[in-house]
Design a protein around this ligand. Structure first.
Ligand code: NAP
Length: 424
């Protein structure tokens, strides 16, 4: 690196971090970028958050790979900030630092029974079926699961409902791991409820994602016509999908039942395991606000997954507030920036977060002066101290090839866990 090259450390190798790196080197080809991730593999939410049956979306990894192979960008996997190295040391050794650490923690419902066995947040449950190193061993037992309740009316709720409702043949070509496949196949599902606390017009489902629910091989998606009455659904395509669902014959199993205006009030269990969820009916006042009605209902549940959003987690000494890192247009403090879900909370798709990441990269280029620091030399020393666990991009490519080679016949890959990766 020449003395005048800009050195930037990006913490987090998910799509947001990759988009920042991509932009920085495109606009400043002399920049030296180090992308650090606590996991040995890059791509964060693409690898562990995008549903395993949505391989088309996961294929964006190929595009993101370019961010690590163009210009002077290096991937450093298996280094945890706050354990293997400190944020303060990174800041001292780089011209700028970007927190692209996402929002990996589940938001809590804050109701009784949330910690019963069989109740999971979507970060944990999605992590389980995506073989995330933190969640692959979640003690999920679906062998007697007839009823699932999914709380929340967003696209993650649809992902979870769809993965549960699909037949083994429909999961062919995914990367659902073998132990998860066994659990999914063992479940004698009757009913999967997806429950929104507000009206149907407030649901945040994407039209493509909702439509997919009506095209499952065995399951039948259903909404009551009463839920559609008087609802002003602005998106015509979405309204059409709902109308089709309201009139569909209920011939399939399981039934995926969409319900609205039910606020979860308590999760009920016996012998420490979930058995039901109690909901309180919501009504809408003339001002549009929802309020509690008298009516409550208890619905049986062997599995509850709350898909109500995520929060960022502490990065070394830096704490998020209200689920994200406080910032002004991506800037936390001098030479410290943040992007995407870590900056704004868990909103938007991969595509909508790209321009936001680019904007933060542009801001860095406009505000930060290249110094004489070589973060790379510092990081190389840190990596040498952690040699057994650190992967570079070539290391990831070897893992990728090994995972594809180990895939069962109807899967695209068999994800490795960090302990097996170390021996590859
Ligand atoms: P989301 O879209 O924000 O939906 C969260 C849902 O949880 C909302 O229906 C919300 O209801 C409900 N909720 C929040 N707090 C609640 C509580 N205490 N009790 C009951 N319900 C509660 O979040 P998400 O589904 O986690 O998705 C996150 C982001 O990733 C979104 O931008 C989403 O589009 C994106 N994503 C995209 C795809 C895709 O493109 N295929 C797939 C997955 C995720 P209220 O509206 O009443 O607050």
């Amino acid at each position: 690196m020449t003395a005048a090259s800009l050195s930037v450390a990006i913490i987090g190798a998910g799509p947001a971090g990759a988009y920042v790196a991509e932009r920085l080197v495109r606009k400043n080809p002399a920049a030296q970028i180090d992308v650090i991730d606590r996991l040995p593999t890059p791509f964060g939410l693409i690898r562990y958050g995008v549903a395993p049956d949505h391989q088309g979306t996961k294929n964006i990894e190929r595009v993101l790979s370019r961010a690590f192979t163009k210009g002077d960008v290096q991937f450093w996997g298996g280094l945890k900030v706050g354990a293997d190295l400190s944020l303060a040391d990174i800041q001292a050794n780089y011209d700028a630092v970007v927190l692209a650490v996402g929002a990996p923690q589940d938001r809590r419902l804050g109701i009784a029974g949330e910690d019963l066995a069989g109740v999971y947040g979507s970060a944990a449950f999605v992590g389980w079926y995506n073989r995330h190193p933190d969640h692959f061993d979640l003690p999920v037992d679906l062998s007697a699961a007839g009823n699932a309740i999914i709380i929340g009316a967003g696209n993650v709720a649809l992902d979870v409902a769809r993965v549960l409702a699909k037949t083994p043949a429909e999961l062919s070509g995914s990367d659902v791991p073998p132990d998860v496949s066994r659990q999914l196949q063992s479940a004698p599902w009757e009913r999967i409820r997806v429950v929104g606390r507000r009206g149907i017009e407030m649901a945040r489902f994407g039209v493509v994602e909702l439509d997919e629910m009506t095209r499952l091989a065995a399951a039948a998606a259903k909404v009551e016509a009463a839920d559609l009455e008087g609802a002003e659904i602005a998106d015509r395509a979405l309204a059409e999908v709902w109308a089709r669902m309201a009139t569909a014959a209920l011939t399939g199993r399981p039934v995926v039942r969409f319900q609205f205006c039910w606020r979860p009030e308590a999760i009920i269990g016996s012998a420490d395991r979930v058995t039901a969820v109690r909901f309180r009916r919501q009504q809408q006042g003339l001002d549009g606000a929802y309020f509690d009605a008298e009516e409550t209902v208890e619905q049986a549940a062997d599995l509850v997954v709350s898909c109500i959003g995520y929060a960022a987690e502490t990065c070394d000494q830096l704490h998020p507030a209200k689920g994200h890192f406080l910032n002004t247009d991506g800037r936390i403090s001098t030479a410290l920036y943040t992007v995407s879900w870590a900056a704004d909370g868990p909103t938007g798709t991969i595509a909508t977060n790209r321009p936001k990441s680019h904007a933060v990269a542009d801001r860095i280029l406009a505000e930060v002066t290249a110094g004489t620091r070589s973060g790379r030399a510092y990081l190389t020393k840190v990596a040498q101290q952690n040699r057994a666990s650190v992967t570079d991009f070539a290391g990831w490519q070897a893992i990728d090839a090994a995972e594809r080679a180990a895939a069962p016949a109807d899967r695209v890959r068999l994800k490795q866990l960090p302990n097996t990766i170390a021996s590859l």
